[in-house]
Design a protein around this ligand. Structure first.
Ligand code: TXA
Ligand code: MG
Length: 320
């Protein structure tokens, strides 16, 4: 860990300046957002963005989210709409990503969009992320700061363990509040939920005044898919077994509500607390070297939808 402490930056004016300088010279800085840690690079630089894919060993067809510090900055990158205005007014800054048509002169590296003519934009609420984006004064492409397919990082230690010195610096902002990635909405003819996440879709529907379509409604419209939604993702080393009421021999247990485990997402059945603990507990259980991780049932509403989405992918059959 000794060489890793060298790449930790404190969340103060010097740390923000050092991180922004690394971005400006084409390097990678991991930084906290309210959802998970992001692996950031200057979204305008092909070389810098290529380093993200290299560090994560991420399939290059999977596009990245661009982080900005204001609605005005987003409007320079994407073709804004009434629905975008309504959702941004209600939920930005916060755990919501909007996918909109990209502006022809946005200046974003085509590696970010993986060749699509749409762009995912998000204004994070975390004060450290905001301070850093304002200091840099440009668009920052950032996927979650984990090796591709593995558990997302919710603290700086997870980042250091997963990416090590493949990242130039990690801005230390402690643990993330929300704990699951942003909700992604595609704003085309029909607003469509592309990924359940940290903002419950019920809140989005209330703001839009109508139901969100889901990917199932658009199965033939390839533009509307979020290609990062691969079946096996967020995977710990150990096999994951869902809807378990107790651990089998050799397994460790991730509990919820009345079903207690070696670690429990929320003993009181609080879905917010469970989301915040999800990746943290999966990282910790994975280190116990069990043959598998048994997971108690989680209710399928509100943040439970995002939690079950991540758990289902963690449990999906792996390739190779
Ligand atoms: O909370 C978050 O969203 C975190 C923090 C760091 O902001 N970021 C994150 O990024 O989760 P990532 O790369 O792990 O997931 C981005 C998702 C992928 O599923 C990708 O396919 C989708 O966003 N995406 C990006 N651009 C898209 C586009 N133009 N159209 C459809 N989906 C897109
Ligand atoms: Mg990710």
């Amino acid at each position: 860990m000794s060489d890793l402490t060298k790449i930790m930056l404190a969340a103060d004016a010097d740390g923000f300046r050092a991180a922004a300088d690394i971005w400006a010279s084409g390097g990678l800085v991991a930084f906290p957002t309210e959802t998970v840690y992001g692996l950031g690079a200057d979204a305008r630089s092909d070389l810098a963005v290529a380093k993200i894919f290299e560090a994560k060993e991420r399939p290059s067809f999977n596009p990245l989210i661009v982080h900005i510090d204001s609605i005005a900055a987003a409007q320079k990158l994407v073709v804004w709409s009434d629905a975008a205005e309504r959702l941004a007014a209600a939920f930005w800054p916060g755990p919501l990503t909007l996918v909109l048509p990209i502006q022809p002169d946005a200046g974003i590296s085509p590696l970010v969009t993986a060749g699509k003519d749409t762009l995912a934009v998000r204004m994070p609420a975390h004060p450290i992320a905001q301070a850093l984006l304002t200091e840099f004064n440009g668009p920052v492409a950032a996927p979650s700061a984990n090796p591709s397919g593995r558990i997302s990082p919710t603290n700086p230690t997870h980042v250091a363990e997963g990416l090590g010195t493949r990242v130039d610096a990690i801005l230390d902002g402690g643990a993330c509040d929300v704990g699951v990635e942003s909700t992604i909405v595609g704003l085309f003819d029909t607003p469509t939920l592309l990924r359940p996440g940290g903002l419950p879709h019920e809140a989005l529907e209330a703001a839009l005044g109508g139901p969100l379509a889901t990917l199932g409604d658009h199965i033939s419209t390839s533009d509307l898919t979020a290609p990062g939604q691969l079946a096996s993702h967020y995977a710990p080393g150990a096999a994951v077994r869902l809807n378990a009421t107790e651990a089998n021999a050799g397994e460790v247990m991730l509990g919820f509500g009345d079903i207690a485990g070696d670690l429990t997402l929320s003993a009181s059945g609080d879905l917010r607390e469970a989301a915040a603990n999800l990746f943290h507990h999966l990282h910790a259980l994975d280190k116990m070297n069990a043959s598998g991780i048994a997971v108690a049932p989680i209710p399928d509403h509100g943040l439970g939808l995002a939690i079950n989405d991540r758990l289902t992918r963690a449990a999906a059959p792996r390739e190779g």
